[in-house]
Design a protein around this ligand. Structure first.
Ligand code: AMP
Length: 195
């Protein structure tokens, strides 16, 4: 699977531990060096801003998609290669999916979780067939990875869908796994009696 652009989901906050910002900068630099464009929420703050500025500094393409309400708050990153201003959060998330060849989630908060789980849920249903990566650096997502396994073991995630979430602890390893992703059989292609 060729990945020309990836939607990157990560926190808009800046944690006290500087390793999180360093991680975001490393990911931005790596993507730019590999010729992979970044599609992201278009903000300047936190890990979001760090990944964008590192990618731009390394000569990469960065497309920000941001709702008008956040532009009005002056939080938009005007340095992006392209900044798309949309009306609603729903349009923004649709644009992340339309513009990218896959998704990578870095450490973040509630907004980041919303974006990650939507990418997984839409894959299950068949609204996209793109790889969904989770960068479990610094052990930040250990609990989430365990809970994902618990959902599958309990039967709330079907066997056909238990590998949608691709987990890696380095960006290089994660990109390698995502490139090998084989799309799963989505719910829209299943028989109702098999659900
Ligand atoms: P969180 O993980 O809760 O920090 O949320 C990250 C997501 O929240 C981003 O992808 C955006 O959807 C949104 N968001 C929150 N604050 C900002 C901001 N200052 N600029 C741009 N997007 C933001």
């Amino acid at each position: 699977m060729t990945m020309k652009r990836l939607a990157i989901y990560c926190g808009s906050a800046t944690p006290a531990d500087p390793r999180y910002i360093e991680l975001a900068r490393e990911v931005g630099t790596t993507l730019a060096q590999r010729g992979i464009g970044v599609v992201y929420g278009g903000g300047k703050a936190g890990l979001m801003g760090a990944i964008a500025s590192a990618a731009l500094q390394a000569g990469g393409e960065v497309i920000g998609v941001i709702p008008q309400a956040l532009v009005d708050m002056e939080v938009a990153n005007r340095d992006c290669t392209r900044l798309e201003v949309v009306d609603t959060m729903h349009q923004r998330k649709q644009a992340f999916t339309d513009l990218s060849d896959g998704f990578v989630t870095l450490p973040g908060g509630v907004g980041t979780m919303d974006e990650l789980w939507e990418a997984i849920s839409w894959s299950q249903l068949g609204y996209h067939a793109k790889p969904v990566g989770l960068l479990n650096a610094l052990g930040y997502f250990d609990g989430l990875v365990a809970f994902n396994r618990h959902m599958a073991d309990t039967g709330f995630i079907r066997d056909a869908h238990r590998d949608i979430m691709i987990v890696g602890d380095t960006i290089e390893g994660l990109l390698g796994s995502m490139a090998e992703y084989q799309p799963i059989k989505p719910i829209v292609q299943m028989r109702a009696e098999d659900l």
